[in-house]
Ligand binder design. Structure first.
Ligand SMILES: [Zn+2]
Length: 290
């Protein structure tokens, strides 16, 4: 029987598309496997003792000292945001176990307490500062929680720089960027850079979104304002995501030592992992019965 060539289905384009799609998937999978995920730790206050109404966001000096000592003993090396960016091009520049330590808000006591502990272990960290409130009280906390904490002044920030710490912007007034006008977002991003660069004579290229508040417009304006990285409060290890939407791992004063270790590797506190396990087992047996 003669084959009717006019009705033959040419599968070449379909196969080619399929192959391209497979190759794309495979490249994405390999990229995921070979790209190292890095924990970016997010701290707020480090103090000798926590205020009763700020316990969750205050890691005591004792807790912080244990956490940094544990990281050092486990072979972790703290890297700067610039090193994190550089590692996207050349991962061989990273220490064996990289970690990024960040502090939001620039609380005065944190600025005194944390650096000596970091320096003791050869660690660096990035402090995100509220540019319009240097040396003043944290006005946004008054609005949110009804109390204020003193913020670092320029002299204290210069001491941080001398201790090998890095600086970033946390905007001018600490607003929720995704909830204000584009003009105000632009001002918060551009002016905070200018204020900090003038006061501290250094380049400011890294940002942390106050309250983690961001959306596509904020991301675009952050890029336009010249920032290289920006941290969110999305809880996960950092692994190849947009540099202007970096994920972090929060460290809370209410966490146990086990929670700290659990969060470092999984971004989840220990109890959540146990509950996840119980839930999975229950689902497994329930599905098995039905
Ligand atoms: Zn903040």
């Amino acid at each position: 029987m003669r084959a009717d060539r006019t009705h033959a289905i040419d599968v070449t384009p379909a196969l080619s598309n399929h192959w391209e799609s497979c190759r794309g998937c495979w490249a994405a999978i390999m990229n995921r496997i070979t790209m190292r995920s890095i924990p970016i730790l997010m701290y707020h206050e480090v103090a000798v003792a926590a205020r009763p109404d700020f316990v969750r966001f205050t890691v005591t000096v004792r807790q912080f000292a244990w956490q940094m000592r544990w990281l050092a003993r486990m072979g972790f090396g703290a890297i700067s945001m610039d090193q994190l960016v550089g590692a996207r091009q050349d991962p061989s520049t990273l220490p064996r176990r990289p970690v990024v330590v960040t502090f939001d808000d620039g609380f005065a006591e944190c600025g005194r307490a944390a650096p000596p502990i970091l320096v003791e272990h050869g660690f660096t960290a990035t402090f995100y500062l509220v540019a319009g409130l240097l040396g003043k009280p944290s006005e946004w906390l008054e609005r949110e929680l009804g109390f204020r904490l003193p913020l670092m002044n320029v002299e204290a920030i210069r001491a941080l720089q001398s201790a090998g710490m890095h600086l970033g912007s946390h905007t001018v007034t600490h607003p929720r960027l995704a909830q204000i006008s584009q003009t105000r977002i632009r001002d918060e991003l551009v002016c905070s850079r200018e204020i900090l660069e003038q006061a501290l004579a250094c380049r400011i290229e890294h940002l942390a979104y106050p309250f983690g508040s961001h959306d596509e417009t904020v991301l675009k304006l952050t890029r336009d304002a010249g920032y290289v990285t920006a941290c969110t409060t999305i809880e996960a290890r950092s692994c190849g995501e947009d540099l202007l939407a970096l994920r972090r791992i929060p460290v809370y004063g209410t966490d146990s030592r086990l929670d700290f270790v659990s969060r470092l590797f999984t971004a989840r506190p220990a109890a959540a992992l146990v509950w996840d396990g119980i839930h999975t087992l229950r689902s497994h047996f329930r599905d098995g019965r039905s």
